[in-house]
Design a binder for this molecule. Structure first.
Ligand SMILES: [Zn+2]
Length: 91
């Protein structure tokens, strides 16, 4: 008989600030109480998708996509002009 491990305990989605009597979700308030600025220990400061997207270098991905698109356009133009490009296969 196998035993499945329990999922890791997640931080609660909402926190209660006793100073203000205010319940808030720290993922949407940059990890702090929106009224007094109290920061709960271990609270996430952003939603998971936003924390993941902040780790991605979007500039480099955009440059790479631009390079691919421009290369594709160059191959189309070269093909229409009957130019020969070595290593691409356009004759
Ligand atoms: Zn507060």
């Amino acid at each position: 008989m196998s035993v499945l491990p329990l999922p890791a305990r997640r931080a609660p989605a909402r926190y209660y600030c006793e100073q203000d009597g205010w319940e808030f979700n720290p993922r949407y308030t940059e990890g702090a109480c929106p009224i007094c600025g109290w920061t709960p220990e271990g609270a996430p400061s952003a939603p998971a998708w936003l924390a993941l997207s902040r780790k991605v270098e979007w500039d480099l991905i955009g440059l790479f996509v631009l390079f691919i698109v421009l290369t594709f356009c160059a191959v189309i133009v070269a093909h229409a002009a009957h130019l020969r490009i070595p290593f691409v296969g356009v004759r």
